[in-house]
Design a protein around this ligand. Sequence first.
Ligand code: HEC
Length: 139
Amino acid sequence: MKIYFYFLVVYLLFTGIAVSADIPSHRHDKHLTREMKQQHHNMSVINKQWNIVKKALQKGDLKSAGSAMEKIHSASANIEKFKVHRNADKHEEFLQEYRSFIENIKTLKDSIRKKDDKAINNSMDAVQENCNHCHVLFR
Ligand code: HEC
């Protein structure tokens, strides 16, 4: 009986060594996970702040809308470094989507600062289109 136990321990030991010896792919997975978590986190911040902007503007609270837009703007710089998996070969298009998004964010920030209702409405639509369009292609 003891000898079987001994063999079992040796067997488990070797399986354990074999699994942990597979370090390169292990590391790769970890790296991907961290990167995707980062992107996920980034987008969650943008999403949360975008909802705040929409609610604030409905109430005419330009001050809260403006500060949430500030947070979106700084969180958006990271999108440029995203490693997208869907349509990964269309990186130049992804960058165009990114640049267009940044432009419309700036315009929206300016319109809020100028309290220009018409410009605010137009750039709200433009930014929302950026979200949707980029997601259709790359999310
Ligand atoms: C330039 C492209 C681009 C733009 C613009 C963009 N997104 Fe995203 N979004 C992505 C990509 C790519 C993902 C998938 C990221 C991942 O999970 O790695 C994503 C994921 C998301 C997610 C899911 C988060 C998660 O991982 O669970 C939400 C929510 C989201 N975006 C909201 C928004 C909102 C709101 C806007 C506009 C204010 C926006 N996005 C603009 C590219 C974009």
